[in-house]
Design a protein around this ligand. Structure first.
Ligand code: BES
Ligand code: ZN
Ligand code: ZN
Length: 496
């Protein structure tokens, strides 16, 4: 992590060395920096010389052109104000942070009062904070990059004294989102020789204790008693013991219960249906669904969510060995249904089947799961949106609305029951794959649906395409876990 800036809400920019000034393009080509009149003449000169037109094009850093005691100024063109999405601020926040680091700014003054809303201010702060992330814990001095120069402080300025408390709250929110997304990224990046099921179970216990969440961990013996045959079948080939973690945030007076379920395959080799070696190392990220749901639960607890949140995280490892499940094996799940496992690489759905069944014992109002479930998700959607599928349109729409607000896209795929026809088995109630490469993401979801009880509202997020390496978003790291959907899902559980 590069140096973490302190964020402060202020009524003046005093003490800063760099002004960060937002400029807009108004009607008839006028370019304005509202609230920062001192820059009018500099801006006019830039416009006259056609260096700046206020479009959403990026940044202008002017050395020694600061006003009111500042040395430098960073202009940020935002284009027209009326169609400015907070996500744009989040993304430009990432670019601004890198520019400030490159220019060795020490204290930046962000002229927050010029932004259309606190949501925009918060998004800008988030973009900056999220860009400080790095995962260097396993580098020694041999390869550790030199700590880059970074501002130690960012002042968010609004001259109106009354605005300060709201501003401070927005900045605190940004820090909370960052904290949760950092945890999600860190977990996803942990290599599987350290990030084992037992490691994540212990981390869950540690975090839960800190936050007042009840945490129960079922080891394999206990999972056997719970008849979680499908979950256990995935870990059968591994020497590391699987762990089913249950986090229960149960505040007094809670009226609703939201259940979250996450796929936590700490390494997915494919098992006996072994994967090719190319990029197999990426399969250390196959627990990103569980990392997401854990981060959401911790953040919701930090924010004192009013709803009960029951989170079930299925941690295990998918390995080939003499004990591993073999194609053709038939296994009973916790709900009694039998599955012919024709491809041991379609393991995520197996562990989720038992975890979803367990979660429903808590009688939640709604259950949502997240999983890096299918490579087909990348084929269908690229890296622009995760897939969402569910049995309740209102729930899907609600999740998508939250995602839109957070600039995190979700795209719905159909879940017609006819898709289950392809999953029928000659020997068991169903098979875990159809093995013909068609409609992979939908088939994963239709399999999960067989474990959803009648009347239960459920949505499934397939995040295989966005959970790591989605570096087209400037505030995502170049490599590794992204922390995507932590913000969206936290808003969802808080407001459901
Ligand atoms: N963990 C993988 C899905 C995955 C692939 C995530 C690539 C991220 C990147 C999952 O367990 C898997 O292997 N799914 C199979 C399913 C198939 C055998 C039906 C797949 O997508 O090929
Ligand atoms: Zn797999
Ligand atoms: Zn997997």
């Amino acid at each position: 992590m590069s140096q973490q800036p302190k964020l402060e809400a202020k009524n003046s920019a005093s003490g800063a060395d760099t002004d960060i000034v937002f400029i807009y393009q108004r009607a008839k080509g006028a370019v304005e920096a509202p609230g920062v009149g001192a820059y009018k003449s500099v801006l006019d000169k830039l416009v006259k010389s056609k260096l700046e037109d206020g479009h959403r094009k990026g940044l202008h850093h002017l050395c020694m052109a600061g006003k009111g005691g500042r040395k430098h100024v960073l202009f940020i063109g935002l284009g027209k104000e009326d169609d400015l999405a907070p996500e744009h601020l989040r993304q430009i926040g990432a670019l601004a942070w890198r520019k400030l680091c490159a220019e060795k700014a020490k204290v930046g003054a962000v002229w927050a009062e010029a932004l259309p809303s606190l949501e925009h201010v918060q998004a800008f702060a988030e973009g900056m904070l999220l860009t400080t992330y790095s995962f260097h814990k396993y580098r020694t001095k041999v390869s550790l990059p030199k700590e880059p120069a970074a501002p130690s402080k960012l002042l968010f300025v609004d001259k109106n004294a009354k605005a300060k408390a709201d501003l401070a709250r927005a900045l605190k929110n940004a820090e909370h989102y960052q904290e949760a997304m950092t945890l999600c990224r860190d977990w996803a990046n942990e290599p599987s020789n350290f990030g084992t099921p037992e490691y994540f179970a212990a981390e869950c216990k540690r975090m839960a204790k800190k936050l007042g969440i009840k945490c129960t961990v079922l080891n394999e013996t206990q999972c056997k008693k719970e008849k979680m045959g499908l979950f256990l079948s995935v870990g059968a080939g591994s020497d590391r013991e699987g762990q089913m973690v249950i986090l229960d945030w149960n505040p007094k007076g809670a009226k609703k219960t939201v259940s979250l379920v996450g796929k936590g395959v700490t390494f997915d080799s494919g098992g006996i249906s072994i994967k090719p070696s190319l990029k197999m190392e990426d399969m250390k990220h196959d627990m990103a669904g569980a990392a997401t749901m854990a981060a959401v639960t911790f953040l919701a607890a930090m924010r004192k969510a009013k709803n009960r949140i029951v989170t079930v995280l299925a941690f295990t490892e998918n390995m080939p060995s003499g004990h591993a499940t073999q194609p053709g094996n038939i296994i009973s799940g916790r709900n009694g249904k039998t599955v012919e496992i024709i491809n041991t690489d379609a393991e995520g759905r197996l562990i989720l089947a038992d975890a979803l069944d367990y979660a429903q014992d808590f009688k939640p109002d709604v259950v949502v799961n997240a999983a890096t479930l299918t490579g087909a998700c990348t084929v269908a959607l690229g890296r622009q949106a995760c897939a969402i599928l569910g049995n309740d349109q209102k729930l899907v729409d609600l999740l998508r609305a939250h995602a839109d607000r957070q600039g995190e896209r979700m795209w719905q795929l159909p879940l017609w029951d006819e898709y289950f026809d392809d999953m029928k088995s000659d020997y068991a109630d169903m098979r875990n794959s159809a093995n013909d490469g068609a409609g992979g993401t939908i088939r994963g979801a239709i399999f999960l649906k067989q474990f959803i009880r009648s009347g239960m509202k459920w949505a499934h997020l397939d995040i295989a395409n966005v959970a790591y390496d989605a570096n087209h978003i400037p505030y995502h790291p170049r490599k590794g876990g992204t922390g995507k959907y932590v913000r969206t899902l936290c808003d969802f559980v808080m407001e459901y």
